[in-house]
Design a protein around this ligand. Structure first.
Ligand code: SF4
Ligand code: SF4
Length: 324
């Protein structure tokens, strides 16, 4: 007689024991997954514009996706994000992948962040019914500023239209999914007056806007040097290496989304399970480096990051930890 059910049960007990015995994994809150490797925008506030010529356009293979699902099934994080430094709507399988996530982790919050260019009526209906949070990046406040901030092809009026249609889809479907327009403020080359110009419009439409401070993603954008990299690392504002993990389209796993250039790959799902990667010596050493328990080089990703504590006094934007 076949013992598949028994084997699966034993496997689940084994995995659960491993999770419960590891204090780091048991509190992992979120997993981000890059299902395609590229973006169709060229935002000046994002590292993508600087690395895109070196990145091949590739989709996550089905076997890699299934390895990611295995990891999610074992960990059941609170939040699942089917994007990671990319534009998720470029994935022609994004709807079936969201359904897969919902089916294996029904309790999880599914969040998507998009530039909104490819939002169609059909896709909008799908997203408001099957995701919980939708962030749409629309950094400018009119055609001219959006061109300046998000690049060619990112028509402000087109995306604005798509966001309004998404809101209608939400109403039509009686959805309680949370829609938010995302803006970046305090980006030195562009005045905040420009960024705030359409705030009233979105307010009148009943659509939430969220304004994030510009962060240079560990010097991956421009030459802003927001943190003095010679200062010791003393922990992450977001506790990133413990709070979430990041899966790239080829199965590589990173400890932080700031690793745009993939300099700190913790492992690959085709070689090890997600649990084993999260529990590896390599990952634990990185956690100690982020917290300053283990030494790290001056050019360590976190030492160049605005969100890395200095342990002395965080002096705030734009030169955290700098003494001049
Ligand atoms: S911020 Fe988002 S939309 Fe803009 S280039 Fe980066 S990944 Fe693409
Ligand atoms: S300090 Fe910055 S680079 Fe380091 S884990 Fe946190 S967000 Fe990432």
């Amino acid at each position: 007689m076949c013992d598949c059910a028994g084997k699966l049960k034993r496997r689940c007990v084994y995995l659960n024991n491993r999770i419960m015995n590891n204090p780091v994994i048991s509190k992992l809150g979120a997993i981000e997954i890059q299902t395609v490797s590229w973006c169709n925008s060229g935002c000046v506030v994002c590292p993508w514009a600087q690395i895109k010529d070196a990145v091949p356009k590739q989709s996550m293979r089905e076997d890699t996706w299934h390895k990611a699902l295995e990891g999610i099934s074992a960990l059941h994080p609170d939040r699942l994000l089917p994007y990671n430094n990319n534009e998720p709507l470029l994935d022609k399988n994004i709807t079936s992948r969201i359904l897969d996530l919902r089916s294996i982790s029904p309790q999880a919050i599914i969040e998507i962040a998009t530039n909104g260019l490819l939002l169609s009526e059909e896709l909008s209906d799908f997203l408001v019914n099957h995701t919980d949070i939708i962030f749409i990046s629309l950094f400018g406040s009119d055609e001219e500023s959006n061109f300046q901030l998000m690049g060619k092809g990112m028509g402000y009026n087109r995306v604005k239209h798509n966001i309004l249609s998404l809101q209608k889809a939400k109403e039509r479907n009686n959805s309680d999914c949370f829609i938010t327009v995302v803006k970046i403020m305090n980006y030195p080359p562009v005045s905040n007056d420009v960024i705030f110009k359409d705030w009233i419009f979105w307010e009148d439409e009943g659509i939430n806007t969220r304004y994030y401070n510009f962060v240079d993603r560990s010097t991956n954008v421009g030459d802003f040097n927001q943190r003095d990299h010679t200062l010791k690392a003393c922990g992450c504002d977001f506790n990133r290496p413990n709070e979430r993990t990041f899966i790239w389209h080829n199965g590589d796993v990173s400890f932080c989304c700031h690793d745009w250039r993939k300099e700190y790959i913790m492992g690959n799902l085709h070689a090890n399970s997600l649990i084993d990667i999260l529990n590896s010596e390599k990952y634990n050493l990185i956690r100690d480096m982020v917290d300053g328990i283990a030494d790290s080089a001056d050019n360590f990703l976190c030492k160049k990051c605005f969100h890395c504590k200095t342990g002395i006094r965080d002096s705030g934007y734009p030169s955290k930890g700098k003494t001049e």
